[in-house]
Every structure is written in structure tokens, then in C-alpha cells.
Design a protein around this ligand. Sequence first.
Ligand SMILES: [Zn+2]
Ligand SMILES: [Zn+2]
Length: 457
Amino acid sequence: MYDLVIKDGIVIDPERGIRTIASIGITNGIIKRITREDIEGKSIIDAGGLIVSPGFIDIHTHVDAKEDLGKCMAIQGVTSVVSGNCGLNTYPVDKFYKTFEKGGLVVNEAMLIGHTFELRSQVGITDIFEPASKEQINEMVKLCEDAFKAGAFGLSFGIEYQPGSSFDEMLELAKVSAKYGRMIAVHTRHDAFRAVEGIHEALKLAELTGASLQFAHLEHTFGVGLMTEVLDSLKRARKKGYDVWADSGLYSAFATLTSAPCFDDGCAEKFGVDYSDFVIATGTYAGSRCTRELLKQVRKEEPNSFTIGFTNRDSDAVEAIKEPFVMLSSDIIPSENPDEGHPQATGTVPKLFRWISREMGLLTTLEAINKAAFLPAERLGLTNKGRIKVGADADIVIFNERTIRDTSDYSIYGNPKEKPQGISAVIIDGKIVVKDNEFINLKAGKALRKPLEYYEL
Ligand SMILES: [Zn+2]
Ligand SMILES: [Zn+2]
């Protein structure tokens, strides 16, 4: 008798490339049996005609232990996330592991230590245009090391947000990341049509230190028509043997802090769009299209609100996600109110199946699951996640491949947090977390800790 049995589903295991009808027996949060025989469970889910997939893993989020964001992830079938991206971890790493080691999160969560907002402020840098001194760099290296020892999966850069961040500080932090075998999630230095320069700067880190790089949200940073050039640069680096990967979402409009330098005066001209192509996403002015004046005003009054820029191309997002070394990511952003934000919050995964798989026919269901589950699991070294096999963690999503779809939309058109359709159950650690779009358990997720490794280079 198993704790939970998922009966007669179409089981997909991206690791072995298997798609077959089977039942799964789960006990103590672990997949114990995959079989065509009749098996008994204390609780049973009938998955006839439905896909039984490993839970999705979102390698680029800003969930940072926030329950409302965790719920947005779980509702779209994401069972593990990486937080602390773009140089910003809003939850201190040490405290995060102490608090959530044994559970209490909506989804499983790995944490990164953020250079740009966290480390720089911890060593006393208050001016975003000021580079760190030699002493401050040494101090940051030490803090970064402490975070790795506590269990952080890596380091994150958000260089664009603090232009004073020097190559020297990036380099020293890359050295320590390489030494501990941790990845660096890179939000590069430039935006709009200069964005490619940031790729070359970061690739130098891989060349000089051997650090493993994860280029963040390709469609947001490079979707202005630069994708072919960016992917070519990354492919060349990979060919030379550098450990370089990337992630991308599927939305041609990006969202970031209204105070971010990409919204400095003249931004519409820089991106070649109109000020009305910027829409305030959160806060008092949520849903308003900008004028030059309104954008200035909101930056002053609510600098921590988020604004969406309709600057990018769908074709660039498609080009990125097709690339074998690019995995799916949402870049979910925090918002004060439940109905604000960016449709990526609840739509990213279902959009992959609806748009890229079903409508465009660019990926099979198995290939899409590979991009959203197995590839990020491999990238993060989560050898018991992202696959359906005996002994693997029972993080599972059950959905209908013919009907799964995103329904969230930009606030000027609809609800950015609308729940997706076609997902019947989400299971984390063997516990049913979401059933028919209703939350059943909000505490099944655990903090994921990276085991300590050390490399002499
Ligand atoms: Zn970013
Ligand atoms: Zn981000």
C-alpha cells in the first residue's frame, strides 16, 4: 500500500526519453514503483489520458520565500525554483536555510547570493555609480564564501542596476564561485541595443576563472533583435569548453524596477519605442500607460514599483527557447497586490506547451518537459528531481497536453495572475499541493541546499 498512487497516466521521463502508460506508487515523498500492474494507495489520483511529468524547475525567479509568489509558481506546475537572482536576494541566505531547511515553503527553493544589491550594500556601498574598493572586494568575497558554505547554489549579478560595479569585483567573485563549483547567474551590464557588450564582459569571467555562467532571461535583455548574435556568442564559448548556459521566458515585454537605469529619461528613444509602450505594473499607478512625465513621476514617488517595457520581439523569444542549452525561466517579480504584475507570473510554463509546442509545433511535449524540468535539474545538480524514476523525489505535475494553456495577460488587457488551465494536480515531496487549481498544502516545499564542494584550480 503506497501513500499515493497516480493511476494509468501517460508518464514522461525526459532523462531516458520515455513516454509510456503506467501507474506510479509514492511513499514518504519518493517514487517507489512505476508499473503497469494494479497498485494500491491510501490516496489515488486517476491520471487516465493525462501527462504525468516531473515537476517543473524555474531557474530564474524572485520568489525569495514569498508565499504569494510561491503560489504563482505551484499553480503552473513549478515544484522547485531558484531565488536570489539579478544580484538581489531579499531573504538573507543564512536565515533562509535556518528557517526553511525542514520545509514550510510553497515550493522547493534554492537560493543565490546577490552581488549587486546584497553584497555591495553589506560592505557599505551606497552609491550605485561607485566601484568597490580593494578592501570591500575582499569583504564581498568572504561574504560570498559564507553564503556558499551555508548552502547557496551560486552567485547572482545584476550589473545593469549598479553601473559602478567594476569588472574587478566581478572577477574576484567569479574566482571564488569557480573554487566552490557554484554557478553565476548573470544579468548583464547594458540594455537595449548595447546589451551584447554585457555578454562579452561576462564571458571574460569564464575565460579567466573557469566559472560556470547562467545568462539570465535572454528574451528580456536581448529580445530587441539581438538574439542571433547573442546565441552565436554563447555557442562559440561553449565550443571552446566554457560552462555556459542560459534561460529565457516567452514574453516580449520585460518587467523591472521602475527605478532601474533602463527607464532613465530618454529610454523610449533608446529602445526606439514610444513612452506609451511602458506600462506601470505595480503600485498606485498599476495598469497606466506612461507618458514621459508620468514615468518620471512614478520613478520619484514609487521607485520600487515595477514597470513593463513593450520593447521586444516574440521571434527573439522563440529563437532563444529553441536552443538546446537554453532552459525555460519566468523571472517572476514581487508585487504588493495579488492581481498586479506580469503575466509571466502564472503563464510561463503553460505558454510553453500552448504556444511553442501545440501552436508552433517547435517542441514535442517530451522536449518541452526536458526544457522546463530535466535541463534545469541537471544544471543545478538536482539528481533526484526533473525525472520520473524509482528513487526520485515525488515532485510531479499532472496535466492535459491538449488543453494546458496560459490565461494570464498584461494588466492593460487582462489579469496578470490569472490561473492557467489544463493542470489537474501538482505534487511536491509526495504531497498534493494543488488540485484542480485549488491550493491544498502551502508548506510542502523545502530549502534546497547545495552540498559543499571545493575545486583547486
Ligand atoms: Zn534580471
Ligand atoms: Zn530576474
